[in-house]
Design a protein around this ligand. Structure first.
Ligand code: FES
Ligand code: FES
Length: 193
């Protein structure tokens, strides 16, 4: 059987052979480097080129590779604030960060707040005050409040509103209830839970 060749005399089979050889060698297990990401106190070893690629955002890695879907994807370009995580304790938009730039940093997602089945005081306050509707913006707001309380254990109403202002609530925003919830836990001495 003769092989079909294109105008410049290369057969499809030869072309595919080259392609698959390159692809295999690029991703062969032995040549892959391990990249470690610290998320919620655990270290994840990810294979560079297979699990984690240079263009992967932190949001993508968290949701698609680590299956931590508590961090929400919405606009995916830094406009809505619904993908907030804490990087070394500070709120950051995970859709604007490359995963490889987060090596060596402590990443906290909403999943990291609930330890041994017990809600974090901020999560509990949101629940007790029904300070959410659909909940898409809630993980971001909770993490923004966590960072705020670390800095100001007894924040003012303005500080609370400012802290959650980067996150747009499409449901109209139970902002008043968020403020009430956080003022209440601050009053009860947040640091002591
Ligand atoms: S998904 Fe990151 S800011 Fe909208
Ligand atoms: S509660 Fe639905 S987007 Fe905020």
């Amino acid at each position: 059987m003769t092989e079909e060749k294109d105008d410049i005399g290369i057969s499809k089979r030869e072309h595919l052979k080259d392609y698959t050889t390159t692809a295999r060698s690029e991703y062969s297990e032995s040549s892959l480097k391990t990249i470690k990401l610290m998320v919620n106190g655990a270290t994840y070893a990810l294979m560079e080129g297979r699990d984690i690629k240079p263009h992967h955002t932190l949001l993508y890695t968290l949701r698609e590779t680590l299956n931590l879907t508590g961090t929400k994807i919405s606009c995916d370009y830094g406009g809505c604030g619904r993908c907030v995580v804490l990087i070394d304790g500070k709120p950051a938009l995970s859709c604007l960060l490359l995963s490889v730039d987060c090596i060596g940093k402590n990443i906290t997602t909403i999943e990291g707040l609930c330890l041994e089945g017990k809600l974090d005081p901020v999560q509990q306050a949101f629940f007790d005050y029904s300070a959410l509707q659909c909940g898409i913006c809630t993980p971001s707001q909770i993490l923004e409040i966590k960072a705020l309380l670390e800095k100001y254990p007894k924040p003012t109403e303005d500080q609370i509103r400012e802290a959650i202002s980067p996150t747009i609530c499409r449901c109209g925003g139970p902002y008043k209830l968020v403020v009430e919830a956080i003022l209440a836990i601050a009053e009860a001495d947040y640091k002591n839970g």
